[in-house]
Ligand binder design. Structure first.
Ligand SMILES: *Cc1c(COP(=O)(O)O)cnc(C)c1O
Length: 472
């Protein structure tokens, strides 16, 4: 997510002001004069008083008084490349997730690529993924040479629909890559059962799933490998960073070697004096990144509880509003990470006000929000992947029939979800209950004024484009 999605920009504010002038000039005075009173009942997008002016919590959190000591110590030590602080970060993260091992890497994308490659996944293989995810999930599969195959989404939970996994398994399928998207756990117990039955690997994309749990077991610890991201917007922010966790020593030794130019490590010794033993790459985390990670880890438990409390409070408030359908968690979920608070928006209950207009109106009330992901299975990078030299040489032509691939990868439930979803970002959930009340009040206000808002949009869209632009 880009930073400016978190807060209303100055230009938006100016645009709505200019808009009022433009609308008055065009004879829309009755509505506008009404708006200029600053009345709390008038939608802010039409010039009324916003429900909220207070800032939302900033992200990432950095408190110089408590957070800088370790980082400065590392900087001043001159030991910057992988050493003791990185090892300490890995030890703590493995303990936190409840796995035997952890390997830190440069980011979540490469944590997944390294995991897949070192499980032996590559050219001519297929990996099952959900379409409701960040693009990196699919890119990781493609980077190994394998083809991503999409399994439709369960719109109630926003997760991969477990019922639809088995019908997508072919003789080429080698792994399932479930994503704990938005920080809400995927249904891992059932996914593991399917993987076992069909002899498939499982790599968990837990890049939004820090500390989330199923039956008190942390996500990332179910599959053959669990992958995490520590990018700045994530709930455990380092700037950039990632990690692989697993209980399998041999696999983790191989990953270590791979992340360090393929040099011998642990059980991966090769012949004495043989030098580099596998075709690896370079993915090492630095000492100062690990120091930031150790500092940020200290607030993760408390912040996760706060997000979880606020999310369930907000969920109960929003559930009372017709047309707002918050996320559902699977019954076995004991904790969610809430990277995002998601709900589905049913415009029928808002006098037909489109989601786009709803998002604008809500943002104007001081509640930043977004519509979330677009369908990943329809993005242009897939066709272009099939055209790459590597894919052209690796695959027989019948497997590169893109039209057939497109047909086999339709995800109709996901298409609808992508049009209905509304997101609030995790930083909004680390505040107070009163912040959640503001969100609910703003949504209710928009619902009460939905007809007026819709008519306004319709009126404005009859006016030439330039003015339309000025109003919003
Ligand atoms: C952020 C993210 C990634 C990629 O992590 P990076 O550290 O940005 O490479 C992968 N999958 C999901 C679901 C993510 O949110």
């Amino acid at each position: 997510m880009s930073k400016n999605q978190y807060s209303k920009s100055d230009s938006e504010e100016q645009n709505s002001m200019v808009g009022i002038g433009a609308a008055v000039a065009l004879g829309l005075a009755p509505i506008i004069i009404d708006s200029c009173s600053g009345n709390a009942d008038i939608p802010a997008v039409l010039g009324g008083k916003p429900v909220r002016k207070k800032e939302w919590p900033k992200w990432p959190v950095w408190n110089p008084a408590t957070d800088e000591e370790l980082v400065l110590k590392v900087l001043r030590s001159g030991v910057w490349s992988r050493a003791g602080v990185v090892a300490e970060f890995e030890k703590k993260w493995a303990e936190t997730i409840g796995t035997k091992r952890c390997l830190s890497v440069v980011n979540g994308t490469n944590a997944m690529i390294a995991s897949l490659v070192n499980l032996g996944i590559g050219g001519r293989d297929e990996v099952l993924i959900p379409p409701y995810t960040f693009v990196a999930t699919a890119l990781a599969v493609i980077q190994t040479g394998a083809i991503p195959v999409f399994v439709d989404t369960d719109p109630e939970t926003f997760q991969i629909d477990v019922e639809k996994i088995e019908s997508k398994i072919t003789p080429n399928t080698k792994a399932i890559l479930p994503v704990h998207i938005l920080g809400l756990p995927a249904d891992m117990e059932r996914i593991m059962a399917i993987a076992k039955k069909h002899n498939l690997f499982v790599v968990e994309d837990a890049c939004q799933g820090w500390l989330a749990e199923i039956n008190n077991k942390k996500v990332g610890s179910f599959g053959d490998a669990g992958c995490f991201s520590f990018q700045s917007y994530k709930n455990l922010p380092i700037g950039e960073g990632g990690a692989i966790v697993s209980d399998n020593d041999e696999f983790m030794d191989r990953c270590y070697s791979y992340h360090n130019y393929g040099n011998p490590y642990g059980t991966l010794v090769g012949d004495v004096g043989s030098g580099t033993v596998i075709p690896g790459t370079k993915l090492r985390m630095t000492e100062y990144q690990a120091a930031i990670g150790l500092v940020q880890m200290k607030r993760l438990e408390e912040d996760t509880d706060k997000r979880s409390d606020n999310a369930s409070y907000l969920k109960s408030k929003l559930s009372e509003i017709p047309g707002i359908i918050p996320y559902k968690l699977y019954n076995n979920v004991t904790r969610a990470a809430f990277h995002i608070f998601p709900f589905r928006y049913k415009k029928e209950e808002f006098d037909g006000l489109s989601r786009v207009e709803f998002l604008k109106a809500l943002t104007a009330e001081g509640i930043p929000c977004s519509g979330g992901y677009s369908p990943l299975n329809k993005m242009p990078f897939l066709a272009n992947t099939f055209k790459t030299k590597n894919f052209q040489k690796m695959y027989p032509p019948e497997r590169l029939n893109f039209q057939k691939y497109t047909e086999q990868n339709q995800c109709p439930e996901n298409d609808i979800l992508c049009e209905e979803a509304v997101w609030f970002s995790q930083n909004m959930l680390i505040g107070e209950k009163s912040d959640m009340d503001d969100i609910a009040s703003a949504i209710r206000k928009i619902q009460q004024n939905a007809g007026k808002l819709k008519n306004m949009v319709q009126t404005i869209s009859r006016i030439p484009n330039q003015v339309n632009y000025l109003v919003y």
